[in-house]
Write a protein that binds this ligand. Structure first.
Ligand SMILES: Cc1cc2nc3c(=O)[nH]c(=O)nc-3n(C[C@H](O)[C@H](O)[C@H](O)COP(=O)(O)OP(=O)(O)OC[C@H]3O[C@@H](n4cnc5c(N)ncnc54)[C@H](O)[C@@H]3O)c2cc1C
Length: 505
């Protein structure tokens, strides 16, 4: 840890409460401390985490030589925020890059596995879409751009679903075969139920700036060639994790905070409410079954509160403070998801598993949403001579799958995927993780709802929200937003100039 600045003193300085010790809350707490130290501002942070362990969804489980993830199996390098954090925590030596084979991805189309083509030429000769579907796709060049793009936050009637966008620009077949499974894979969601502007804002920008997707690809390709940039990372970047799994990131964050005299992480503190008192904010929580008001007694309250718990929990925290704000937070839906880890001896799997995995479009009518070939992505997750598969079921489109028994879930995964991958016999490892509320769903109206939440928080002053419920569900997005919100809090409390380029703009 860098030395504390001479101007800092532990005493009656600024005090910020951060609710939720997932990656968003921990990253925000550390960013607050780092920026305060750099500015010489006396600022203490208290993180309240409901569970006895910090990390939220980022948990890595080990069982008899197998290693599998509770939540995210990695993060992409297409956005630098998480990599910056990795360096800040000294974790670069433990960073793992996914194997090159993961560029190969598959879809189930009409009951058969099809490799997703990586070039236009390969696409034309693939069996991914019918000739008619390919022609319709090519017609994207002729589809005029919508004139009302970019207004979803202020005019909800312009908030188009991902499916509608796909059909309008690239045709019904493309929307069903390619967009639908991609949305299931990323959001556990339904393309017919999610807002393009909230879930994939870049797509809206591309259409707005270039008039269409192919036009955008051509223009961006030309620019890349002109600037001589490498283009081989693909549009989505390269997946990374750690030697030891994703828990390494949140453990590193928690360690950095635990070692900081001006930061406190209170584990096992289930926050019930936040209250605005004359001398600042009080956080009411339950610790070991006792109701506690924090800070207690005569000490002044918190100067600011950042609620980085899931939005449904933040809704409870703000219910008495501001019922309308609480209702907006509660209205953000979450999709459930079951993650089923299956381990097999290598010689009991016929498929070479040389790739990332496969996704299943809804029109294929399976219980499985997809399967990642985990031990191909990051070798070392399975014992020698074994392979690890990570199957997903449920999602917004099939919440009923969550009510299936463990045996039935495994049976359905094997029925759906066994013949495709040539799985023979019973799996050697089965581990099922059920996420009742896995991933926030950015439904149409999400951006307008965010605007209302921001306006309400601003009215209260010194109240902020962060986490995957708001402006990006990926780990990267959460880390980036946490840095930005830390900047905003410091700017509001001290008048300091924000460090993040995005906030400074
Ligand atoms: C199955 C699954 C797979 C995923 N795969 C990927 C992936 O491959 N790549 C990727 O980038 N992202 C992925 N994600 C998304 C990623 O996990 C999230 O973006 C990230 O974990 C969100 O972090 P967070 O801190 O916002 O929320 P969380 O991780 O949910 O943390 C919130 C914290 O708040 C705490 N809390 C809740 N209520 C209270 C309370 N009342 N008082 C105090 N604390 C409270 C919780 O215990 C928790 O620790 C996946 C998610 C899931 C569920």
């Amino acid at each position: 840890m860098p030395e504390a600045s001479g101007q800092e003193s532990s005493g009656q300085g600024l005090k910020v409460a951060v609710i939720g010790g997932g990656v968003a809350g921990l990253a925000a707490a550390l960013a607050l401390r780092d920026r305060a130290r750099a500015l010489g501002v006396d600022l203490a942070v208290t993180v309240f985490e409901k569970d006895t362990e910090t990390g939220g969804n980022l948990r890595t489980l080990n069982q008899g030589g197998w290693q599998f993830e509770w939540g995210p199996n990695g993060f992409l390098d297409n956005e630098p925020a998480t990599l910056r954090l990795v360096d800040r925590l000294g974790l670069r030596p433990r960073l793992l890059r996914s194997s090159d084979a993961t560029r190969r991805r598959f879809l189930l189309v009409n009951g058969k596995l099809q490799e997703i083509p990586l070039s236009p030429k390969a696409f034309l000769s693939s069996k991914m879409l019918s000739t008619r579907g390919k022609l319709r796709m090519a017609g994207e060049l002729l589809v005029p751009g919508r004139r009302d793009l970019g207004r979803a936050a202020v005019d909800i009637t312009t908030d188009e679903t991902i499916d509608r966008f796909g059909e309008r620009r690239l045709g019904r077949e493309f929307a069903n075969v390619m967009l639908d499974p991609m949305v299931k894979g990323v959001f556990g969601g339904e393309s017919k139920q999610l807002s393009l502007a909230a879930a994939f804002p870049r797509m809206v920008e591309l259409e707005r700036e270039h008039g269409g997707l192919f036009r955008a690809m051509i223009a961006l390709g030309r620019e890349k060639r002109r600037k001589g940039r490498r283009t081989d990372a693909g549009p989505t970047g390269v997946l990374h994790s750690f030697d030891g799994g994703m828990a390494v990131l949140v453990d590193g964050l928690a360690r950095a905070l635990d070692e900081d005299a001006q930061a406190e992480v209170v584990r096992g503190a289930d926050v019930a409410a936040i209250t605005r008192m004359a001398d600042g904010w009080r956080v009411s929580c339950s610790i070991d079954g006792y109701s506690v008001s924090w800070p207690s007694g005569e000490q002044g309250g918190f100067t600011a509160v950042l609620d980085a718990a899931p939005s449904h929990a933040a809704a409870r925290h703000t219910a008495a403070l501001d019922p309308a704000l609480s209702a907006d937070l509660a209205a953000i839906p979450y999709a459930p998801m079951a993650v089923i880890a299956l381990g097999y001896p290598r010689d009991k799997v016929d498929h070479d598993l040389n790739g990332f995995g496969l996704l299943v479009p809804g029109q294929e009518k399976r219980t499985a949403l997809g399967v990642l070939w985990s031990s191909s992505i990051f070798p070392g997750l399975a014992p020698d001579g074994r392979v690890l598969l990570r199957c997903m079921a449920g999602g917004a489109g099939n919440p009923g799958a969550m009510t299936l028994s463990d045996d039935e879930l495994v049976k359905r995964m094997l029925a759906d995927l066994g013949p495709l991958l040539g799985l023979r016999g019973e799996p050697e490892l089965v581990n099922i993780i059920r996420h009742g509320r896995a991933i926030a769903q950015y439904v149409p109206g999400h951006l307008a709802r965010l605007a209302a939440i921001d306006a309400a928080a601003a009215r209260h002053g010194s109240l902020w929200f962060a986490g995957s419920a708001y402006r990006g569900i990926a780990v990267n997005a959460c880390v980036k937003e946490s840095e930005m919100v830390a900047d905003k809090i410091l700017a509001a409390l001290t008048g300091a100039r924000p460090q993040s380029a995005e906030v400074a703009r």
